[in-house]
Design a protein around this ligand. Structure first.
Ligand code: ATP
Ligand code: MG
Length: 221
């Protein structure tokens, strides 16, 4: 299906909510709310701009292949995707949280690391986990999960998890504690590299408006 304007890929939930004010700054208002509408393609007040609603982890893929020109994706998701074909001009400073190592209360993480024990790590963020433990010189068995990571240490699937934490409420509710901070996470604007060249007149004003709205420097390639 061809669309001559620009297509923006967003995920439902916090990214959509926190991107709304940025879209407004660029003069873009969605004509429907994806939380209540079942539509995956959402029009806007502008004939030349539409939104597509995809799974958070699929945003980089849609933009990489040019099915969307722009998108908003977490640094966590981008790190797992690898960023191929994507230009990342702005840290939007939205959907902020921290990537942490967490364990069951009472598990002696520091002791295990000191002893050089092989640690079982359950996570959705396998690239981030591999990089983190390799840098520490810790040997791990990596167990890939797709969600509800908090459960893994409770039922003996893993010793630790690597997960995103904001308030820590979910960890606490499950008797887990964070023991290591891997990095700070926020969402980035991602742009298809070819689209930026071919449709710069349409895309650049959106990038610039997002930059102003987030008090950011737009890095023009
Ligand atoms: P799905 O729910 O479809 O499996 P997801 O869990 O990755 O995907 P969201 O929960 O909507 O999707 O999270 C989207 C993005 O928001 C994440 O990629 C991350 O960057 C950020 N995020 C995740 N958890 C939190 C959190 N607790 N607080 C703030 N931001 C978060
Ligand atoms: Mg989720």
């Amino acid at each position: 299906m061809t669309h001559t304007g620009i297509t923006v890929a967003l995920s439902k939930g916090r990214i959509f909510e926190e991107t709304l004010p940025l879209l407004a700054a660029a003069g873009i208002a969605p004509s429907e709310n994806p939380e209540s509408s079942r539509k995956l393609i959402i029009g806007t007040n502008r004939d030349d701009v539409r939104l597509i609603i995809v799974r958070a982890s699929d945003v980089p893929t849609y933009v990489q292949y040019g099915a969307a020109d722009l998108g908003v994706a977490g640094k966590d998701v981008l790190n797992e995707h690898g960023g191929n074909g994507l230009y990342q001009p702005l840290d939007l400073r939205i959907a902020t949280c921290r990537m942490m190592v967490a364990v069951r209360e009472g598990y002696d993480y520091a002791g295990q690391v000191k002893q050089g024990a092989r640690i079982r790590v359950a996570t959705k963020y396998v690239n981030a986990a591999r990089e983190h433990f390799a840098a520490k010189g810790v040997h791990i068995n990596l167990i890939k999960l797709y969600g509800s990571m908090e459960l893994a240490p409770l039922v003996g699937l893993s010793d630790v998890i690597v997960d995103l934490v904001s308030t820590g409420g979910t960890l606490r509710a499950n008797g887990l504690v964070a023991v290591e901070h891997i990095g700070d996470i926020s969402s980035r604007l991602v742009v298809n590299q070819a689209a930026l060249k071919l449709k710069r007149e349409a895309i650049q004003p959106v990038v610039d408006a997002f930059a102003v709205a987030t008090r950011n420097e737009a890095l023009t390639p």
